[in-house]
Design a protein around this ligand. Structure first.
Ligand code: ADP
Ligand code: 5GP
Length: 205
């Protein structure tokens, strides 16, 4: 049985998702961060098995065929996906599982595991500030940055699908808000748990 809870974190590339997860990690307590698999090239400083599992397109497509993904999507021309096995294990152990996935992934997770999912959309205050941060990160070519900005304009339209929005103005404020959301997410129980609880509460055998 899945005793844990899921926290989905989405937002345009460059919104500050990784920055906020690391800045809040002490506050959140124990959690399992779902490491995605991707066909995109690693950025300078990114490590295989830490930031992502970097694989070839052929290998990713084999995993799709084998049904190994809880969800996957094409983002910015590359595949990104969440492997089912480690997530299921962490949920069975009662952990809070954090996903950094795009808006398509969020819809798929909602469709499969709505009753244990909480979601938050993170964005810089304006499109202009997103652009500045993407350039300041110095990890992507100009064409990649332009592609991410184009995507951001459509991703922001999905903001209303999320339980919470965090405006990443300062890292400090955004991390505080994220820690609170993570605490709330932990309180979400699966409907199976609720049914069991009601059964016991009524004193039924
Ligand atoms: P994401 O994981 O959403 O793609 P990152 O965490 O890599 O985004 O952040 C993108 C860039 O913006 C990084 O260079 C990061 O240091 C910077 N950044 C993050 N939050 C802020 C903030 N509140 N103010 C200014 N720069 C920020
Ligand atoms: P980046 O290339 O900047 O690391 O990520 C690009 C986008 O892909 C981000 O919006 C990020 O949230 C999303 N992403 C990362 N991993 C996954 C995943 O496993 N599934 C889905 N659907 N999106 C992902």
């Amino acid at each position: 049985m899945l005793k844990g809870a899921i926290l989905v974190l989405s937002g345009p590339s460059g919104a500050g998702k990784s920055t906020i997860i690391s800045a809040s990690s002490d506050e959140i307590g124990e959690y399992y961060f779902s490491i995605s698999t991707t066909t995109r090239e690693p950025r300078v400083g990114e490590q295989n098995g830490v930031d992502y599992f970097f694989v070839s397109k052929a290998s990713f497509e084999e995993d799709i065929k084998a049904g190994n993904f809880l969800e996957y999507a094409q983002v910015h021309g590359n595949y990104y996906g969440t492997s089912l096995k480690p997530v299921k294990k962490a949920l069975e152990e009662g952990k809070l599982v954090i996903f950094d996935i795009d808006v398509q992934g969020h819809r798929l997770v909602r469709a499969k595991m709505n009753d244990i999912t909480t979601s938050v959309f993170i964005t810089p205050p304006t499109l202009k500030s997103l652009e500045t941060r993407l350039r300041a990160r110095c990890t992507d070519d100009e064409s990649i940055i332009l592609n991410r900005i184009t995507n951001a304009k459509s991703e922001i339209q999905a903001l209303g699908e999320y339980d919470f929005t965090i405006i990443n103005d300062t890292v400090e404020k955004a991390s505080k808000a994220f820690s609170l959301v993570a605490k709330v997410a932990r309180l979400k129980q699966s409907s199976t748990d609720e049914a069991d609880f009601i059964h016991q509460w009524l004193g039924k055998k």
